[in-house]
Design a binder for this molecule. Structure first.
Ligand SMILES: [Zn+2]
Ligand SMILES: [Zn+2]
Length: 351
């Protein structure tokens, strides 16, 4: 009797004949009866397979010619049917993915793009900070984009699932709560000019100490309140006093206190908070658009008020003036007020 181990539902009748159901990898089943004792063999399909074979009129003869034994005939038949009947792996994968996403908590999904190439997950941490993770699904294995101090370690093998990715994402985030608490404290109490743009992945901050001196502090994520790496930026003359104070008092650093508090007492200064006007530390940027380079133009108009001296792009200032209720224009010149100190200013309008 011929029994085919991969097809337990095909029952052997004799050494050369079988009847029963053929099972494919997607669990679909089809009636089949074969008597391989004669040539051509006697093959009977159920309705479904019969209508499939109508589309491939010479296929059955070819399969028979390729197959010397009944076993190899069943094998070749299965592989042909897998090709034409079982969904391609890609779309199976996609279906599985859609199912997974449907099962994610809705508050964890920020967006899914239309063709399902990218899904963005989100998580709000204990400090009410929102984090995003973009999963690129069109690469195999998927790739991840997120703004964290470390790469996301995801097992991309058999166990890959959106749920597992979300879980690791949350786990990584939970490790950095203390670090972000300290960085948030710095951000809200100091004049921070870097990282620009803002990044949760950065473990450093560049802080303005005075007009011409800034300090880069780089924190140790595992001990964020311990003495950070400190680097002063500015002219040698202006940073020397700060460097001296730090060297002298480095042992006074108290990890029980915040970084802001420690820096303030060691450097003997009230740390500056960010000016509400949004101007830059070394203010070479335009006071309207906050940029330096605007399509090749640099900020060249300066406010004449000695205590202001804010710079602007010509076009930005003209735009700003035109939005004022009391703007005046005379020939090519537009008159208005400095957006920062309100002192009268004028600028040649660009036509
Ligand atoms: Zn500008
Ligand atoms: Zn001004």
């Amino acid at each position: 009797m011929v029994r085919i181990s991969s097809q337990p539902q095909l029952v052997p009748l004799t050494n050369t004949s079988l009847t029963g159901f053929l099972k494919l990898s997607d669990d679909s089943e089809y009636f089949l009866s074969v008597d391989y004792s004669c040539y051509p063999p006697n093959v009977t399909f159920g309705d479904e397979l019969r209508s499939e074979f109508i589309k491939y009129p010479t296929k059955l003869t070819k399969l028979v010619d390729q197959s010397k034994t009944l076993e190899s005939f069943v094998e070749n038949l299965v592989s042909f049917l897998e090709d034409i009947l079982v969904q391609p792996t890609d779309s199976k994968h996609l279906l599985a993915l859609i199912n997974q996403v449907a099962n994610l908590p809705s508050e964890s999904v920020k967006s899914i793009d239309q063709d399902f190439k990218q899904i963005v997950l989100k998580h709000t941490d204990e400090g009410d900070r929102e984090h995003h993770l973009a999963i690129q699904l069109d690469s195999q294995p998927p790739t991840y984009v997120c703004d964290l101090p470390q790469q996301l370690q995801i097992d991309n093998e058999n166990t890959w699932s959106c749920q597992a990715v979300l879980k690791s994402f949350r786990e990584v985030i939970s490790q950095y709560q203390a670090l972000w608490d300290v960085l948030d404290d710095i951000d809200s109490n100091c004049w921070v000019i870097e990282p620009e743009p803002f990044s949760r992945g950065a473990v450093h901050r560049r802080i303005v100490l005075k007009e011409d001196v800034s300090l880069i502090v780089t924190l140790d994520p595992s001990q964020p309140t311990s003495l950070p790496r400190c680097r002063f930026l500015g002219s040698a003359k202006s940073i020397q006093p700060f460097q001296n104070l730090l060297d002298e008092r480095v042992d006074d650093w108290d990890p029980a206190l915040g970084v802001v508090e420690n820096l303030g007492s060691i450097l003997d200064l009230e740390l500056l908070s960010k000016p509400t006007g949004g101007e830059n530390a070394i203010s070479i940027d335009c006071g309207v658009c906050y940029c330096y380079d605007m399509m090749g133009q640099i900020p060249e108009i300066s406010c004449n008020n000695e205590t202001c001296k804010q710079l602007f792009h010509v076009e930005c200032l003209v735009e700003w003036f035109r939005g004022l209720p009391n703007v005046r224009q005379s020939f090519g010149t537009v008159f208005g007020e400095c957006p920062y100190c309100s002192k009268a200013m004028h600028v040649q309008a660009v036509l």
